[in-house]
Design a binder for this molecule. Structure first.
Ligand code: CDP
Length: 231
């Protein structure tokens, strides 16, 4: 069976990662959550106290880049991979509100993007991959056979993320989550390098009114159609 590359981009908390993982499982493809990589670099910066007001360009963090090693390790019990930062599983820690509030600031830095994009491309060199993020269809894999761009209103997305954070036992206020989503949308869409935007050839899906099942069916249908056309 011909293997293709599937790029899924979109705004924060649209459920991209869930649908990307489901799709990768159904097709027996590799799944890569590129946002987890930016989050892990952010966690490293927090642990090593590398955020300073007088260093908005995060030059100290950039100087540490050679010491940051990221990898995805498959957990057979879970049936998917989790991110490791310098050998340690940080999948849970990277989802905290503290990381969410810093990550978009880290993701604007050119040197950080270059390092992560290189790693992402090496993971996708044999195709058979589903990767989700902000710049996958535009920058990481501009030749991906299938590009999907997912949207939903900020309110719908904040409600989903709020529920998820509460479910994990994090103490958060809904307004804080909504504010973070709006801020990240703004920074991600307006940054100089690789801003979040829909690739011209991406299929746009607004999932505000869709159930997760409907969304998955739609994306799976698109993937099967594209694979058939690539034969
Ligand atoms: O919170 P959500 O799951 O929507 O975001 P994420 O996919 O975990 O990504 C976290 C942040 O990383 C985004 O808000 C972006 O600032 C950054 N990011 C990026 O710049 N490029 C990517 N390919 C993926 C994420």
């Amino acid at each position: 069976m011909t293997k293709i590359t599937i790029a899924i981009d979109g705004f924060s908390s649209t459920g991209k990662s869930t649908v990307a993982r489901q799709l990768a499982n159904a097709l027996e493809y590799i799944y890569v959550d590129s946002g987890a990589m930016y989050r892990a670099v952010t966690l490293y910066a927090i642990h090593n106290e590398l955020f300073y007001e007088e260093d908005p360009g995060l030059e100290r963090l950039v100087a540490h880049l050679p010491e940051i090693h990221l990898g995805f390790v498959f957990d057979p019990r879970l049936g998917y991979s989790e991110i490791h930062l310098n050998g340690e599983n940080v999948e849970k820690e990277i989802r905290s509100m503290e990381v969410s509030e810093r990550v978009s600031q880290v993701a604007v830095v050119r040197e950080i993007r270059e390092k992560l994009v290189e790693l992402q491309r090496s993971m996708g060199k044999d195709k058979g991959i589903v990767m989700d993020g902000r710049d996958i269809g535009t920058v990481v894999f501009p030749d991906a056979e299938l590009k999907i761009f997912i949207t939903a209103s900020p309110d719908v997305r904040a409600k989903r993320r709020y529920k998820e954070l509460l479910g994990r036992g994090e103490q958060v206020v809904f307004e804080q989550v909504l504010k973070n989503i709006r801020e990240r949308d703004y920074i991600d869409s307006h940054r100089e390098f690789s801003p979040l935007k829909k690739a011209e050839d991406a299929v746009e899906i607004d999932n505000g009114e869709m159930s997760p099942e409907q969304q998955f069916e739609k994306v799976l249908h698109l993937a099967k159609e594209t694979i058939e056309q690539s034969l």
